[in-house]
Design a binder for this molecule. Structure first.
Ligand code: GLN
Length: 485
């Protein structure tokens, strides 16, 4: 049962072959016996209450396709009932008085919350090792990182601890962990999914999206997740759409742009091999490969690591020991309380970003760094528009290597930043992007570690991306592979 897709589970729920309560119990049990550290907070009673309500809805006939399907939320989305920590000591005991819009949307669809998922502190990281609550293990190889910052969201799907999860992507945090854990994830166009109740990291980049086993499942989830929200000032006002409407369109004549810069020296051979094999499969499905260039790719790292910390330093100023969560115990006056609270409440990576952010925004440096980065950001977005005159979608690797070993880059922030090279520019441009499993590379001692294929589309092309991903998943079975239990 735990290996089934949302689509399959929905059929069984509607046919009364299984109840929402039984499903919730099954997954709660799996979560309890897992040693991956993917979950930060589970509350059986709350979950079973939602499951009972879902069963009632199923019985009364006003159920949606998602009613009764269990889902777990990245601990960046605030939830009433379950704690919301953002992976930080600062919010260790924080419970929100309201639900994030995304959580509310899934509740309204009748989904059943399984709990909250581990992530890098305030979503800053690429390995989940920055979580105050400890790293998540990669289900394919427990000595490997799961990717980040949504490591818990990806690991939970790979280990079949939940059929659906939410995640957020600021510079790759949906796509990269999905890639390293061998699951399917989509980061929508910036503004598609409400940021209300999503604990802020870098507001001009943060975007929520789903992770699941298949593109079809991601489409079903996105249908409930996306939509205009007046409580988010950058939410996009567009009509609701059915993201699954084009799943079955043929790919005959599809033009796939292959960016030269994504296949350069930094790409490891095993990842390149898996990605090239996927591209060959697309050719069999009727697509043609077009050589394109995204010349500013290299600049995406310094650009992102100026803009994201700048916004983070501003967003995180609210954690002052007064308004939310943690407060240091001993202090002499107000200013000492602020200093000690922030010194003790934030981890190293968060502090590093606050320092960099405050620096690049300070008088005299603003023009040299922040403004300059904003200009390059625009050029990066223009590169993509130029590319989309030649192709329908862009494909390449998600990350330059398979998952690395836990601990290997833990003390080397720059090495972590460099691993974001293929995901950052999509985020800076605000474009939608996906990761789908396309094979395996080699970890140490020949352990298999998953490889993801990245698919990037133009603004609002989510339905197209899902179509392109779904057709591949109809022809191959990488997305159905699962780690040994
Ligand atoms: N790895 C990137 C960072 O550390 C992206 C994180 C994210 O997308 N939330 O900022």
């Amino acid at each position: 049962m735990h290996t089934k897709t949302i689509k399959e589970l929905s059929v069984l729920l509607h046919a009364k072959k299984i109840s929402a309560t039984e499903l919730a119990q099954l997954f709660l049990q799996r979560i309890k016996s897992s040693d991956l550290n993917a979950f930060l907070h589970v509350d059986d009673a709350l979950t079973l209450q939602q499951a009972a309500a879902a069963d009632q809805r199923l019985a009364s006939g006003d159920a949606t396709v998602l009613t009764g399907i269990p889902i777990a939320h990245k601990d960046i989305f605030v939830t009433r009932g379950w704690r919301s920590t953002a992976g930080s000591k600062m919010l260790e005991n924080y419970t929100s008085p309201f639900d994030a819009t995304v959580v509310e949307n899934f509740n309204q669809a009748g989904m059943v919350t399984l709990g909250k998922l581990n992530c890098d502190e305030f979503a800053m990281g690429s390995s989940n090792e920055n979580s105050y609550f400890g790293a998540v293990k990669n289900p394919w190889d427990k000595t490997a990182i799961p990717g980040g910052s949504s490591g818990g969201s990806a690991a939970a799907i790979a280990a079949r601890l939940a059929p659906a999860s939410t995640a957020t992507d600021t510079g790759g945090s949906i796509r990269q962990p999905a890639s390293l854990c061998g699951v399917t994830g989509i980061k929508p166009t910036y503004g598609r999914v409400s940021r209300f109740g999503m604990i802020a990291f870098a507001s001009s980049l943060d975007q929520g999206g789903p992770i699941a086993k298949s593109a079809e499942d991601c489409g079903l989830l996105l249908n409930a997740m996306a939509g205009f929200d007046e409580r988010d000032s950058t939410s996009i006002e567009r009509d609701k759409e059915d993201f699954t409407r084009d799943l079955n369109l043929s790919l005959q004549g599809l033009k796939i742009g292959i960016p030269r810069e994504y296949f350069g020296a930094g790409l490891s051979a095993d990842v390149e091999q898996a990605v090239r094999a996927a591209l060959a499969e697309y050719e069999k499905l009727g697509a043609t490969l077009v050589d394109i260039s995204l010349p500013k790719t290299e600049l995406s790292i310094p650009t992102y690591y100026v803009i994201a910390p700048a916004e983070a330093s501003s967003n995180l100023s609210r954690f002052d020991g007064v308004r939310y969560g943690f407060r240091a115990k001993d202090y002499t006056d107000l200013s000492d309380m602020y200093c000690k609270t922030r010194a003790q409440g934030f981890g190293d990576e968060v502090k590093r970003r606050i320092l960099v952010g405050a620096y690049v925004l300070s008088h005299g440096y603003y023009d040299a760094y922040y403004l300059q980065a904003q200009k390059i950001r625009r050029l990066i977005a223009q590169d993509f528009q130029q590319a989309f005159t030649q192709c329908d979608v862009i494909m390449g690797p998600v990350a330059p290597t398979v998952a690395w070993n836990l601990g290997d880059k833990a003390d080397d922030p720059i090495a972590n930043y460099l691993a974001d090279i293929f995901t950052l520019s999509t985020s800076l441009a605000g474009l939608p992007g996906m990761s789908i499993p396309c094979g395996f590379g080699q970890g140490e001692k020949n352990a298999k570690r998953p490889v993801g294929l990245q698919i990037i589309g133009n603004y609002f092309a989510e339905a197209k991306l899902l179509n392109v991903a779904h057709q591949y998943q109809q022809a191959t079975d990488w997305h159905l592979r699962q780690p040994a239990e």
